[in-house]
Design a protein around this ligand. Sequence first.
Ligand SMILES: Nc1ncnc2c1ncn2[C@@H]1O[C@H](COP(=O)(O)OP(=O)(O)OP(=O)(O)O)[C@@H](O)[C@H]1O
Length: 469
Amino acid sequence: MDGMQDSEAAQRGSRELIYVTRGGAGRVLALGGLQQLGWNLRRAPDARSVLRILNGDSRKPHAALLDLREGFSQQDLAEFGAALSAGNVGWVAGIDARQLDESPVRDLIRDYCYDYLTLPCPESVLNTVIGHAHGMASLACERGDATSEAGFDGMIGESPAMRTLCRTLRKAALTEAPVFIAGETGTGKELAAMAVHRHSRRHAHPFVAINCGAIPHSLIQSELFGYERGAFTGAQQRKLGRIEMANSGTLFLDEIGDLPLESQASLLRFLQQGSIERLGGHEQIAVDVRIISATHHDLDRAVAEGRFRADLYHRLCVLRLQQPPLRERGSDIDKLADYALQRYSQEGHRTLKGFAPCARQALHSHAWPGNVRELINRVRQAVVMAEGRLITAADLHIESSLTTPPPTLDEVRDAATRAAIERSLHRNRGRLVDVARELGVSRVTLYRLMQRHGLRAHEPETPNTLHIA
Ligand SMILES: Nc1ncnc2c1ncn2[C@@H]1O[C@H](COP(=O)(O)OP(=O)(O)OP(=O)(O)O)[C@@H](O)[C@H]1O
């Protein structure tokens, strides 16, 4: 541990305070009074030291004071992201007033901090503000413990993948950083976004969702930014856009990958300026929203292919979460099925007792391309259609998957080998020497494998020949 620690206070179960500073010993001494107030003070000069402290005790709530008055370059600030979103920490930035004009400092405060203070300030003020930050971090921990059985904020699931996700969601709720949720359709991205909002300090303000993929391109600008009366034919009165409706709260941009390039530029401008202009309006309107975005498309690929702006991508993907597909969530499938049965049981005409063994087996052999949404819909339909006391695989309409047995390990290995050789042949334009080298096998082995998998070596490509007429 760097710096000081009041062991007496620690024994009393004092509150943890991380003090991040590049200032001299005097800075730390100036906070000495806080130890008497029950703070266990630990000094960290950089992001790595913060992570080291949190790794030791990641579940415990901490307050942290990030004293930005001296010694931090822009690069240092950029590197703080991971540390500022780790653990259960309520961050408070300490700055001198002029620093509020510096956009890296403003961004850091807005995205990650519970509050900020201009330093120096009276000890009582400091104690109150970091006390509140610590209180918020403690609340997040309590929620975590209380909901570990039933999932996070209504999200059913206790699989390792869901536990990891819920831990990350709780941390995300403690910050203001833009969150990007990736995941297949129906995995619960919107539910996760609502959970972050409800557990954030914006919870008393609106949560506004917009599905960028479901709105015609010609209407998306007016949906997002609103319009003034007379802005276009048919605009008979002023209409607020979704961004403005979400003021002080959270805006959930679903299927962000479908946002047309024109709207991407306008959204980026809004994120940079913190203000919007309604269509047909001339006034800049300041709007304060936290952005959570999601998509089931591969956004990295969309950036690489020029369909999504890289600068907007970096603005949106500060905290990146991955929503696991249902097929990777093991016993969560049973829990979700039981939950859906309980929820919709009154819709059926007879009292159902649960799932027959064949239904349980079917639930686990199905690939769930539509994930949780598909599972809920199938159970709901089965509740209505079931004729016995137990829901069967046939009631769920997934019996066909039972007739296809899952692949054996040998089959999986064979398929992977064949695919790897095919890809390498393609990459190396059929040159077997290079394919063998790339795959780490001898040429003889490669021939043998190709024969076994029915692969033919096509003619290696020769350089283009120039024909002169
Ligand atoms: N863990 C969960 N516990 C309970 N219900 C869930 C869970 N995950 C998803 N659901 C339910 O599944 C349905 C689909 O969830 P949601 O709309 O959040 O998915 P999505 O990933 O945003 O889908 P899409 O990509 O199609 O927009 C909703 O009815 C939601 O309530």
